[in-house]
Every structure is written in C-alpha cells, then in structure tokens.
Design a protein around this ligand. Structure first.
Ligand SMILES: [Zn+2]
Length: 297
C-alpha cells in the first residue's frame, strides 16, 4: 500500500470536501476557492450532481476543513491499483477517517497516482436531461417505435446476432422480431444517422459511453427484469435523451429541431401512460396493477 498526501499545484493542502459515497465521486475546494475532482471523475461527476449536489463534509468536532490522503492498494502481480482509499484528517481535532474505498477495475492506473485530483473550472453545471422509466409490456415498446417513426426518427438497433453484437438501421417489422426474441441491447433514435463511436472486438461492435448525451439521440435500453414478492416479473424500460450536454466545462445546446421533438416525446408519455410512481415514471396501468396491486393506482 502506498500513501499519498494530496497537495494542489499551488501547494494548497486544506480543503472543504463534498462526497457522494454511493457513487464514489468527490469534489474538494481549497481555501482560495479552487475546485478539484477526486481522481478522474469528470464525466460522471456531472451525472451524479444533476439530482443532488453533495453537501460539505463536517467532522464530529464541527470543523469542515480537512487534509486529504489517498491510500493506493496494488493488485497482486501487477503495477496497477485495484483500490484507492480516500482518507480525511480534520485540521482541528486531527481525527482521521476513511471516507470511501474506491474499486478500480481498469488498466492502466498509473495516472490515478500521478494526478490524484483534477482541476475543475465549473463544478456546479446543471444540464437539461431526461430519464423516463416505464413498466411496459412488449406492445408498448412497439407502440413507441411506431410513434418515433411517425416523428421522422431513424431507428438504429444495437443487438445480438449469433453471439455477436451488431449495429444496424431497422424497420418496425425487423425490430418486432428482435423485441419478441429479447435480443436487443438498445434502440437509438435519431433524425439523421449519427457517427457512432464503435469499438470492434471478437464479440462484434461495442458502443462506449452514453452516446445519447452528446449526440442527438433518444435511447431506449433493453429492460431490467425485476422479480417481485408475488413472483411476478416486471420489465422496467429506460428512455434517455437530453436537450443540453456538458462539453469542456460548459453547457452546449442541441438543435431546435431535436428539442421540438423531445417535447413531443415527453407529451406522448404524459398522454399515454400513468404517472403514479414518481417524477418521470410513465407506466402501463395494467402492468402497475399486475405488479403492485393497488399501491400506485
Ligand atoms: Zn475534527
């Protein structure tokens, strides 16, 4: 295990600290107000703070200024780190506490040691993004595909074909067969065919990251299967799109045409489904009753 005391390029080592311990991201602020993200969480940080900005850490002694130390644990037979502990030391009572243990499952990891914190010009950006969740039947998926087609969207499907992942534009008929066979990873709807970033390996095409964020894409993922106490299986679908995104610490807006269409999409959900589970939850009423009896109806 290697210990590293955290000091900025300007030799500052006392910080206000904001952590989201569930999502394992954090922001530290120096006494002169400069912000740094813990490790390399730039993209993920903004996802996490859209719902809730983490509050400042406080010591039991009520002080909120800390020194920081990272402990790096190495994988056996490797130079790579598989775990980094985030440790705070209170500047008043000197209490030392392990706040988070972050698991690292990728390689190489040397950058995480050389650059343990990343300067962040603007940590508090909010962007206009939507995630809708829906308990649906298969027919609702087809209904959605038909609606998207009527709006003029191209349907590109990322799917399994003979144990390979493939990416292909499809019509409703071909999509229906895939839906029934449960062989799709996601449907990607766009007004023009976007230049998808793809990684090709022996399993076919892999689409890295959430491409619906920067590109003008509406995404419908294959559902998550949830088993309820009454032995009923529920299928929860996620629909994602955003009218804005963050690029180089600034908010970028998508085209007016795209934004006009996402508004229509949201209205379609409001018109056709019930909104009883919470914000941005639009469910098939029959499914809600089947899964939860009268809990939501
Ligand atoms: Zn203290």
């Amino acid at each position: 295990m290697i210990q590293k005391k955290i000091i900025t390029d300007n030799n500052e080592d006392k910080f206000l600290i904001r952590l989201n311990k569930t999502e394992k991201v954090g922001l530290i602020t120096t006494e002169n107000g400069s912000n740094y993200l813990i490790l390399d969480s730039y993209e993920y940080w903004y996802d996490v703070i859209q719902d809730k900005y983490p509050s400042e850490l406080k010591c039991k002694c009520k002080n909120n200024i800390f020194k920081l130390q990272f402990n790096y644990h190495q994988r056996s037979n490797s130079q790579d780190y598989d775990q980094i502990d985030i440790i705070t030391i209170c500047t008043r009572c000197k209490n030392q506490k392990t706040q988070m243990k972050i698991d690292i499952d990728y390689s190489p990891t040397s950058k995480l040691f050389e650059k343990p914190i990343t300067f962040c010009k603007n940590p508090k950006l909010r962007f206009d993004y939507t995630e809708i969740t829906s308990f649906w039947e298969i027919n609702d998926v087809i209904f959605f595909l038909e609606f998207m087609k009527d709006l003029g969207f191209i349907n590109t499907v990322w799917f399994w074909e003979n144990n390979f992942r493939n990416l292909k534009q499809m019509d409703i008929y071909e999509s229906k067969n895939l839906i029934k066979a449960g062989r799709y990873l996601s449907f990607l709807f766009s007004l023009n065919y976007p230049n998808y970033s793809k990684i090709e390996n022996d399993k076919g095409f892999y689409l890295p990251g959430d491409q619906w964020k920067e590109k003008e894409i509406v995404q419908l993922r294959s559902p998550i299967t949830i088993l309820y106490e009454n032995d009923q299986k529920g299928y929860l679908y996620y629909i994602n799109y955003c009218n804005e995104y963050i690029y180089n610490y600034a908010i970028k807006s998508k085209s007016d045409d795209f934004k006009k269409n996402t508004k229509k999409i949201y209205n379609w959900f409001k018109t056709n489904y019930v909104n009883n589970r919470g914000k941005n939850c639009y469910d098939n009423k029959n499914e809600l009753v089947r899964l939860f009896n009268n809990k939501y109806t």
